[in-house]
Design a protein around this ligand. Structure first.
Ligand code: ATP
Ligand code: MG
Length: 460
């Protein structure tokens, strides 16, 4: 196994045991340990402090000790993983070694073909499993809302053959749910469908390799010369040209650097913009959908340049749809629900979370909950913390300044003094791309606004 395969394999073991993927810092630490880097170097790669990297690493080694049933430390993780690889190779014999060398050994998606047949799955089942790999997508639930967004996406993809679509919005807005429903609606139009999260890959090479493996193995699962094909970007694009494929890549923010202004790729993803450009610019009959909190930096330019790239920014549910969520939660005081929906921006996840708090603390009474003068965020706070952790210093300064200014400012009146006009405007532009502020045009002026829950978070 090379380093990327080791990380991917370890991630799969963690996912199986805990239901969670390794996050980007954990993967950077693991990669660093396998490359025998110091914590200082790892911290530099990730743009975080050495102490933070060490703290996260200490928890990671405990987690891996539990998952792999070995006493894992930075000093021995490499040899433990090599030992596990050796055990698998010895057990599987030469044919399987070939497969192991190229493919995640524990994947349910690329099982040893012989094993699949032994389990008496029909060839047809096996092929259809390979054609549509939705193993990393959530279970489909029938989505009652978002009909307009679904219609727009279907028009772009089926009607107008767009090649690259980004769907952006704050955490919990329902991007993943929306696209899961979209896939159910349009799957019959595609030869191949692949759903992956960026969380899984330590760098863009690993992602490209995985896409290539899926596409080419679909064609010929026993192809022994697969390694000649993979990592060859032109062949991926050729494949998208000759087959109609739908590729969904979720959690794009994992590829973008935290603590910098929006739109800079993390180390390891420096060349990812090239792949995204090719998805958008090359002529092909497939569609790639990117989901994330932030728009990929190239997309705005691609959207202007050609007619085959689009961005859909997902906003909160309208009052009627959000009301259905509150009905399902059996909250009381219906006359107050519109206010609650407004305060939590119609974000379905936030509304579900705060409903649970209202049930727990206020026996479901929305009026009592709202009688407090400060908005209580409950579990929404930890979600906003994830967004907060991505901000650069200037963005943080600006959003806290705006929050202390009641979450509103005329764009021509900077509410903070200790920052240059240039940095202020750069920070506003970046915060807007992260969906943390909105710019409303009112009569002749533009007003910067912060949604109530976000305002409450940054005020305190
Ligand atoms: N249209 C909807 N109607 C009802 N509930 C919804 C809807 N969309 C999302 N939800 C609820 O909100 C939760 C979060 O949705 P989802 O995971 O799709 O958000 P997301 O935008 O992908 O968030 P993240 O950026 O963190 O991945 C879902 O588990 C579901 O419970
Ligand atoms: Mg999601």
């Amino acid at each position: 196994m090379d380093i990327q395969e080791s990380i991917q394999w370890t991630n799969d073991q963690v996912l199986k045991k805990t239901g969670k993927h390794l996050d980007s810092l954990q993967r950077t630490i693991l990669a660093g340990a396998l490359e025998q880097k110091t914590y200082q170097q790892v911290a530099k790669d990730y743009h975080c402090s050495k102490d933070h990297a060490k703290r996260v690493a200490s928890d990671l080694w405990k987690l891996l000790s539990d998952v792999l049933d070995e006493n894992v430390k930075k000093s021995n993780v490499k040899s433990i993983l090599e030992h596990i690889e050796f055990r698998h190779i010895s057990n599987w014999g030469s044919d399987s070694t070939q497969i192991f060398g190229n493919i995640n050994i524990c994947s349910d998606i690329y099982p040893n073909p012989e094993e699949v047949r032994d389990k008496s799955h029909s060839q047809a089942d096996y092929e259809s499993q390979l054609h549509h790999d939705l193993s990393e997508a959530p279970e489909p639930k029938s989505l009652r809302h978002r009909t307009e967004e679904l219609a727009t996406l279907e028009k772009w993809i089926i009607g107008e053959h767009h090649r690259l679509i980004a769907i952006t919005g704050l955490s919990g807005m329902g991007k993943t749910m929306l696209v899961r429903q979209l896939v159910e609606n349009i799957k019959d139009n595609f030869d191949r469908i692949l759903w992956r999260s960026h969380r899984k890959y330590v760098n863009s090479d690993a992602l490209e390799t995985d896409i290539a493996q899926f596409l080419f193995l679909t064609e010929n699962p026993k192809n022994s010369s697969i390694s000649k094909f993979i990592k060859t970007r032109n062949l991926i694009i050729d494949y998208l040209r000759t087959h109609r494929c739908l590729i969904i890549l979720d959690d794009l923010q994992e590829t973008l650097c935290p603590r910098e202004l929006v739109g800079h790729y993390c180390p390891g993803y420096d060349n990812y913009n090239q792949l995204i450009k090719e998805f958008g610019q090359s002529e092909h009959q497939s569609c790639v959908i990117l989901l994330g909190w932030e728009q990929p930096p190239e997309l705005a330019i691609l959207e202007n340049k050609n007619n085959y790239c689009k961005t859909l920014h997902l906003e909160g549910l309208d009052n009627q749809c959000a009301t259905e969520i509150l009905e399902n939660q059996n909250l009381k005081d219906k006359q107050q629900w519109s206010k609650l929906i407004r305060l939590y921006s119609g974000n379905p996840l936030w509304l579900n979370l705060i409903s649970t708090t209202i049930l727990d603390l206020f026996n479901g009474s929305v009026s009592q909950f709202l009688s407090y003068s400060n908005l209580f965020l409950g579990d929404v706070e930890s979600i906003l913390k994830q967004h907060d952790l991505r901000l650069s210093e200037t963005e943080k300064l600006v959003i806290v300044g705006l929050a202390q200014n009641h979450g509103m400012a005329d764009i021509s009146n900077k509410p903070i003094n200790n920052i240059s006009d240039r940095d202020y405007l750069k920070a506003l532009s970046s915060l807007r791309k992260r969906s943390l502020i909105e710019i409303h045009t009112e009569k002749s002026s533009s007003i910067v606004k912060i949604e109530p829950a976000i305002l409450e978070y940054f005020k305190s």
